[in-house]
Write a protein that binds this ligand. Structure first.
Ligand SMILES: Cc1cc2nc3c(=O)[nH]c(=O)nc-3n(C[C@H](O)[C@H](O)[C@H](O)COP(=O)(O)OP(=O)(O)OC[C@H]3O[C@@H](n4cnc5c(N)ncnc54)[C@H](O)[C@@H]3O)c2cc1C
Ligand SMILES: NC(=O)c1ccc[n+]([C@@H]2O[C@H](COP(=O)([O-])OP(=O)(O)OC[C@H]3O[C@@H](n4cnc5c(N)ncnc54)[C@H](O)[C@@H]3O)[C@@H](O)[C@H]2O)c1
Length: 488
């Protein structure tokens, strides 16, 4: 057994762990990055990047099918599943390759392969070969897909997102369970690529949407394109000779149907990889679900006696905001503090921003309406405004005039608080709104900004005018804006 002492040990070489290693090295000499699995990060290997590559192929197919809207004739859209998957995997490998290249800058003696687990608060057992003691430890172990036990009836036809990106070609059919972020992104993409899909949820949720109005529109729009039952009654799942056979109540007809699919894709959420760390030996306080309690500004965990620990947790492992940009920020904050235990500082956190790459895209900026209600204590302080994209100039031009933008602001101050949206390419508008929120802009400040013509942001201006009127800070929006042209 090898023994080694380091200043900071980082467990997990994903996006949070890599950013942690780089940050810790700014103040500590001996920083060890420990990885149990493949190098390359979840984001590049089986997450953000391959999913967006599959979506890009699906969008190409969709554009070709929609070309007739513009008087452009495309004879037949023929999907070559092998070519689709070859590009997805080829470009995915390029992204993974870039991560691997950047990892070469980490000296070999600062990297260690093997599964880490705590044997004492300052000591990790790595594989069966090394014991590492560290002044401070950053847990950056990510998360993994999770599913209810009864899915196991699908046996070898039960798959998760990781499996999709290993396909040689596209299957004929997939039953998608979980209309959350992953299920909707992958489910819509597969459907657009000609794969027969049905998507089943529980409880009515669609993606991360909180606004009833936006969710209802999303339900209608997605269902116009592919079968989605967000509150499904699935009565039986079984492995049959042909694949996986489901018995379920069809949403539209109420009939009990039995259908066979090649695969059951479980997209029913993710759980943090903290259950195999032997955290009971780490001396830190755990939530009921076994996740360490931590401060989101310092990323520092709490000891069982309430004192501050030398252990920090960043990225999907802490289950707070499982998004790539947050993992990187958290890794940096955690590592900065792990390397400076005598000078713990609160890190800067950005406003919440989340984007789902369906079409129309979904996005949210700021706290959800429910959190805002909780924060403002039911004082009737929140004004809401909104705009539909159905008649928005640029969206009509592009033939993508669907969706709705809901905007929130504080009565009295007129301060912009957040937004939820479903609409064409709203990834960009969501960024503008997040930047406005970071700058603590009021709705009047935002309306004083330039708006080009004809752009989707003219729709945002209409929504802001509606919000301003509801704040009683501007005129009621009763008709189309006369002075702003046909874009709003
Ligand atoms: C299909 C999919 C699509 C996504 N799309 C987006 C997107 O578009 N935008 C976005 O912002 N986010 C997206 N995400 C989320 C994003 O990928 C994650 O938030 C991010 O990758 C988390 O990074 P991490 O460093 O916390 O975890 P990871 O990158 O998973 O790194 C954790 C590492 O820890 C290692 N590890 C675990 N346990 C141990 C141990 N005991 N010892 C040693 N090593 C260990 C693991 O092997 C792994 O390499 C997506 C996720 C998925 C699954
Ligand atoms: N574009 C992006 O930024 C992006 C893309 C993919 C993933 N992610 C991240 O990954 C996280 C995990 O994504 P996810 O889609 O796995 O989780 P999720 O929490 O977004 O969705 C899980 C869905 O499964 C449903 N569900 C639970 N049990 C079910 C059951 N038995 N049958 C049917 N449905 C069931 C839930 O109601 C929910 O709608 C996201 O929260 C997000 O942070 C982000």
């Amino acid at each position: 057994m090898q023994k080694r002492h380091v200043d900071v040990a980082v467990i997990g070489a994903g996006s949070a762990g890599l950013s942690a290693w780089h940050m810790a090295r700014k103040s500590a000499d001996d920083v060890l990055l420990i990885e149990a699995g493949e190098y390359g990060t979840t984001c590049a290997r089986v997450g953000c990047m391959p999913s967006k590559l599959l979506i890009a192929a699906a969008d190409a197919a969709h554009r070709a099918r929609q070309a007739g809207t513009f008087g452009v004739k495309v004879a037949e859209v023929d999907i070559d599943g092998e070519a689709v998957m070859a590009r997805v995997k080829g470009e995915r490998d390029r992204f993974v390759g870039n991560v691997l290249k950047s990892m070469k800058r980490i000296p070999e003696d600062q990297r260690l392969r093997g599964h880490a687990r705590f044997i004492q608060p300052h000591t990790l057992q790595v594989g069966d070969h090394t014991q590492v003691t560290a002044n401070a430890i950053v847990i950056a172990t990510g998360s993994r897909a999770t599913w209810p036990g009864f899915f196991e009836a699908a046996e070898d036809r039960l798959i998760i997102n990781d499996d999709v990106f290993e396909w040689e070609t596209l299957p004929e059919s997939v039953a998608v369970f979980g209309p959350g972020v992953i299920g909707l992104e992958l489910g819509q993409a597969l459907s657009r690529l000609g794969v027969r899909t049905r998507t089943f949820g529980v409880g009515g949720a669609i993606g991360p949407l909180q606004s009833d109005k936006v969710r209802e529109i999303a339900d209608e729009l997605f269902n116009a394109e592919f079968y989605l039952d967000p509150d499904a009654d699935v009565q039986k799942i079984e492995r049959s000779t042909e694949g996986v056979t489901l018995t379920f109540v069809e949403r539209t007809t109420g009939k009990v149907l039995t259908e066979t699919f090649d695969y059951l894709l479980a997209a029913t959420g993710r759980q943090p990889n903290v259950d195999k760390l032997a955290l009971e030996n780490a001396g830190i306080e755990l939530s009921e679900r076994g996740v360490p309690s931590f401060n989101r500004f310092t990323m520092q965990c709490a000891n069982t006696d309430g004192s501050a620990s030398h252990i920090f947790i960043a990225g999907d492992a802490n289950q707070a905001v499982p998004l790539l940009h947050e993992a990187i920020t958290e890794g940096q904050i955690a590592a900065r503090n792990a390397a400076n235990l005598n000078d713990i500082k609160a890190g800067r956190r950005n406003v919440p921003l989340a984007i789902v790459f369906t079409e129309p895209q979904m996005a949210s900026v700021g706290d959800s309406r429910a959190s805002l209600e909780a924060r403002f204590g039911g004082c009737d302080c929140i004004a809401e405004g909104g705009v539909s994209f159905d008649d928005q100039g640029r969206a009509v031009v592009m033939g993508e005039n669907h969706g709705y933008l809901a905007l929130y602001a504080e009565h009295g101050s007129g301060q912009f608080l957040g937004a939820e949206m479903l609409g064409p390419r709203v990834e960009h508008m969501a960024h503008l709104l997040a930047w406005a929120l970071e700058q603590k802009m009021t709705v009047s400040d935002m309306l004083a900004m330039p708006f080009y013509h004809p752009v989707l942001e003219e729709g945002l201006r209409s929504g802001l005018r509606d919000l301003n009127a509801n704040l009683q800070l501007g005129p009621a929006v009763t008709e189309r804006c006369m002075e702003c042209g046909p874009g709003d």
